[in-house]
Write a protein that binds this ligand. Structure first.
Ligand SMILES: Cc1cc2nc3c(=O)[nH]c(=O)nc-3n(C[C@H](O)[C@H](O)[C@H](O)COP(=O)(O)O)c2cc1C
Length: 225
């Protein structure tokens, strides 16, 4: 440690200042919940946007590697519907891409603290056809295309300058060639077989409603918090 280094913060003191569920939270009556989870997810998602929840479309994505060890990172939600399930996209050669190839099963975790809400989704993951990934990427911003064109995701990077050069070239190509292919860019569709909705409550009487797909039907059950 150097004399000029900022002091190391007292984590325990900071943790004691922080709270959850101490704001006005919406009520959730599970008796009024729909038969299937998707309409409820869409309702909660729209409510999160309305409530000003920053970046409600950025869930955590959990996967496991070939040895069964867990991994997690943030991704962007690209869609959710009855046909494709929960859609996200990434590079097939990244750590998550390799993990999904070895074990095509994943979980998504959304946390919307403005409303004290959490949604957990689990299920098998399928790789969408390449033309879907191509269309998905080209419906997005130039920055998204440039980022995908850089490639090499999750590989060791020798220096920041190397990234700068690759990124400059990718931005230039994305502007010049807006239909450029990013071959490793892949769309993944998670077909939910479990979806759990959690509504936080100031008195800690949190409501947990879990949907499970059994023989093609959705079963609903409440869980102790
Ligand atoms: C807000 C946010 C959104 C992100 N969205 C994506 C995404 O949609 N796809 C993606 O591959 N990485 C996304 N990332 C980067 C990933 O979190 C991660 O760093 C990267 O995909 C490498 O993960 P991996 O080594 O586990 O494969 C996002 C990161 C943040 C913070």
């Amino acid at each position: 440690m150097h004399a000029a280094d900022p002091p190391v913060p007292d984590l325990q003191a900071l943790l004691r200042t922080l709270r959850v569920w101490d704001t006005d939270l919406p009520a959730f009556d599970p008796a009024t919940a729909p038969d299937a989870p998707l309409p409820l997810f869409l309702r909660w998602f729209a409510a999160a946007v309305d409530a000003g929840q920053p970046e409600p479309h950025t869930p955590s994505l959990a996967t496991t590697d070939a040895e069964g060890r867990a991994d997690v990172r943030t991704v962007m939600l690209h869609g959710a519907d009855d046909t494709h399930g929960f859609r996200f996209a990434s590079h097939s050669g990244s750590a998550k891409g390799r993990q999904l190839a070895a074990r095509p099963y994943a979980a998504l975790g959304f946390y919307w603290p403005v409303q004290g809400r959490q949604v957990r989704v689990r299920g098998p993951v399928r790789t969408a056809p390449a033309d879907v990934a191509h269309r998905d990427l080209h419906a997005r911003s130039t920055g998204a295309l440039a980022s995908a064109l850089v490639g090499h995701q999750s590989q060791p990077l020798a220096s920041y300058e190397e990234l700068e050069h690759a990124s400059d070239a990718a931005w230039e190509r994305a502007r010049r060639e807006p239909d450029a292919m990013a071959p490793s860019w892949t769309v993944y569709d998670l077909a939910p077989d479990e979806v759990e909705f959690f509504q936080g409550d100031a008195r800690r009487r949190h409501i947990r409603l879990k949907y499970r797909r059994v023989d093609g039907n959705w079963l609903r059950e409440l869980l102790w918090p």
